[in-house]
Design a protein around this ligand. Structure first.
Ligand SMILES: [Zn+2]
Length: 321
């Protein structure tokens, strides 16, 4: 089914993965963002967060109405453990959402179909449809933010698994005797390669508190402590990505997240992967092309699809832009 070009949905991203707050937009049938809105994400109580989300959605819906092309559905990208089918948020790191029926709340408040999608899946769908993943049918998105997440596109479809948690690579154990992780385990990928962990490891080594981005810049400038921290992060990522590649045979690994990483900083990752991947085909590694808009676009794509307005992912890939 083709999407009516003037068909519109609301795409919202509350992940904060791509730098800070809550983001939303009206998205049309061609995948264009028609109106962008940003807001600070309330992180203390669920009522404030939901209110802020609803307010942003209502403003976007009103704008669409004024322009004579009303929004027909809403999609929301949410981090954490969610049930996409029921619209339930079970647990979300860094957000005050625990067992909240967010999909139902949005349906009731906005009087339109509302759908949730895991934030990494939203990013992967968007990069696959409109960004770095356009040339391939099998790719993996790795998101480096306050945690480390990923989502897999296999033969054009998001791999969800039996419980919807496929691709949760952040808690694969690299060092069983390593640092305690937020999940209760030790030495998970996240304890090496999340933005928080990179900053914390450097602070522990050099007794200086700086941002992860600055650690990467210092590593590039030859600072030994920073280089060690960044190399350990890349090593953990390479190990887990190589393992994933053996399982899923993806042609492309797209990296995205909160850190602005110069491509030189990521160059060693290709070499580390080449050392770990010998038998199967080595994937290309690229930085995401859509940046902070990926979550919004993926949320919109799922809204189009689930509201039976058309297969946005397929159509956006076919379009010439
Ligand atoms: Zn963990």
């Amino acid at each position: 089914m083709t999407i009516e070009p003037r068909g519109r949905v609301i795409g919202l991203d509350i992940s904060g993965t791509f730098g800070g707050g809550m983001r939303g937009a009206l998205v049309d049938g061609t995948g264009s963002l028609l109106a962008r809105k940003d807001a600070i994400t309330p992180r203390i109580n669920p009522e404030d967060l939901i209110e802020s989300l609803v307010t942003m959605a209502i403003r976007l819906a009103e704008q669409a109405q004024r322009e004579g092309a009303p929004a027909s559905a809403i999609g929301v990208a949410v981090p954490g453990l969610i049930n996409e089918a029921s619209g339930m948020v079970h647990r979300s790191p860094n957000l005050p959402l625990q067992n909240v029926p967010l999909g139902q709340i949005l349906r009731d408040r906005l009087k339109m179909p509302a759908f949730l999608i895991h934030d990494a899946s939203a990013g992967a769908i968007a990069e696959y449809a409109l960004g770095a993943g356009r040339p391939v049918s099998d790719m993996m998105l790795v998101v480096i933010g306050s945690g480390v997440g990923s989502a897999v596109v296999s033969d054009g479809r998001i791999l969800r698994g039996a419980h919807g948690t496929a691709g949760e690579i952040g808690h694969i154990v690299i060092d069983p005797a390593g640092i305690l992780c937020g999940c209760g385990g030790r030495g998970c990928v996240e304890t090496f390669a999340s933005v928080t962990s990179i900053a914390r490891r450097y602070t522990m080594a050099a007794k200086e508190a700086i941002l992860a981005e600055e650690v990467v810049a210092k590593a590039a400038a030859g600072n030994p402590a920073a280089a060690r921290v960044w190399n350990d992060a890349l090593g953990a990522l390479a190990t887990v990505i190589a393992t994933a590649v053996a399982l899923i045979d993806c042609a492309l690994v797209v990296l995205s997240g909160t850190m602005k990483l110069p491509s030189e900083a990521l160059a060693p990752l290709g070499a580390l992967l080449a050392k770990r991947i010998n038998l199967v085909q080595l994937p290309r590694v690229e930085v995401g092309a859509l940046g902070e808009t990926a979550g919004i676009l993926g949320a919109a794509a799922i809204a189009f699809e689930r509201a039976a307005m058309g297969d946005a992912t397929h159509e956006w890939r076919r379009s010439s832009r």
